[in-house]
Design a protein around this ligand. Structure first.
Ligand SMILES: Nc1ncnc2c1ncn2[C@@H]1O[C@H](COP(=O)(O)OS(=O)(=O)O)[C@@H](OP(=O)(O)O)[C@H]1O
Ligand SMILES: Nc1ncnc2c1ncn2[C@@H]1O[C@H](COP(=O)(O)OP(=O)(O)O)[C@@H](O)[C@H]1O
Length: 175
């Protein structure tokens, strides 16, 4: 059996639309890294918003939220932790702010198109957004600024979760 390559702990920042696959893929990357002996912390948008429920979805609120969690990610990474962040993080401004804070930032753009995310409608939120029951919903009546030069881009429309995870690990091994 070939020896496993040593990886450099980084901040793996998953960005993309709701339902694109950020949580599903990142939840599966985490145990792979743990099994290899790395310390891993997974910060997820939904989970953090449950703890700080007053965070809204205006541009200001989203940018402030991303800068706060990004700062936390950078501090953890500085102590040798592999940090996985899964946030829609729709604005370039706050993603770049986090990139600049982090010693080693890997932007992973989960580029699954809106049509597929809406077809999945995992939480029924797209339907609510289309009906006007919720507003400021990313992709419907709120913007998503796609990354221009992500370290990695994965469209999960026609691949399995295992394949998506493999692409992340392969990138970390080859970079
Ligand atoms: N208006 C609106 N727009 C987008 N998303 C909404 C909205 N309202 C609630 N939700 C739910 O909140 C989750 C996104 O939280 P994030 O912290 O990742 O968002 S952001 O980075 O601040 O844009 C998102 O989770 P994911 O579906 O996992 O992406 C939704 O479940
Ligand atoms: N290759 C894939 N990678 C990730 N998710 C996938 C894939 N194929 C299908 N899916 C499905 O798409 C949905 C993605 O939802 P989720 O991970 O919650 O997205 P997000 O965190 O971006 O909102 C899940 O229901 C998942 O099972």
């Amino acid at each position: 059996m070939s020896e496993e390559k040593k990886l450099k702990p980084a901040v793996l920042w998953f960005t993309g639309l709701s339902g694109s696959g950020k949580s599903t893929v990142s939840e599966r990357v985490s145990p792979v890294l743990k099994e290899r002996g790395y310390r891993v912390e997974h910060l997820d948008g939904d989970a953090i918003r449950d703890i700080f429920p007053k965070t809204g979805f205006s541009k200001e609120d989203r940018n402030a939220h991303i800068k706060r969690v990004g700062y936390l990610a950078s501090r953890l990474q500085a102590h040798g932790v592999f940090v996985i962040g899964s946030f829609i993080s729709p604005y370039k401004e706050s993603r770049d702010f986090v990139r600049n804070l982090c010693e080693d930032f890997v932007e992973i753009y989960i580029s699954t198109p809106l049509e597929e995310c809406e077809r999945r409608d995992v939480k029924g939120l797209y339907e609510k957004a289309r009906d006007g029951e919720i507003t400021q919903f990313t992709g419907i009546d709120d913007p998503y600024e796609a990354p221009e030069n992500p370290e990695l881009e994965i469209d999960t429309t026609d691949i399995t979760v295992d394949e998506a995870v493999e692409r992340v690990i392969q990138y970390l091994e080859e970079r």
